[in-house]
Design a protein around this ligand. Structure first.
Ligand SMILES: [Zn+2]
Length: 117
């Protein structure tokens, strides 16, 4: 089911399905809304949602991506997920034991602190 909200770089983007004349999707960063055409095929809908999410990421991160880059990345990420369901499960896996911040190495040595007098 199409999510009603996407959390994109700390911002909530409403996702709406509607009739769109000339586009499969639209991303409006001013009102944080992604619109998806209601009459498109299963795969195209997902590809389009990723595409519009990448537009939002591009805006939030000031990447200045071209339409061609957004298009290529959206389609490639969709294909990567569709072709590798185990990858999606792996990425979403919770850590086995509770670690406060699994991305960080445990601090074993005290860092030297610099103090101004
Ligand atoms: Zn686009």
């Amino acid at each position: 089911m199409l999510p009603k909200v996407l959390r994109i770089v700390g911002k909530n983007y409403a996702v709406e399905k509607m009739k769109l004349a000339d586009n499969y999707g639209l991303c409006d960063d001013q009102i944080q809304t992604i619109k998806i055409a209601e009459d498109i095929a299963h795969g195209m809908e997902r590809d389009t949602l990723l595409h519009e999410a990448i537009h939002a990421i591009d805006y939030c991160m000031q990447l200045k991506m071209s339409e061609r880059q957004v298009c290529g990345l959206g389609t490639a990420i969709y294909a990567l997920f569709a072709d590798n369901p185990e990858l999606v499960k792996y990425i979403m896996e919770k850590p086995k034991k509770h670690v406060a911040n699994p991305a960080k190495e445990p601090v074993t040595k005290k860092r030297p602190t610099r103090r101004s007098k």
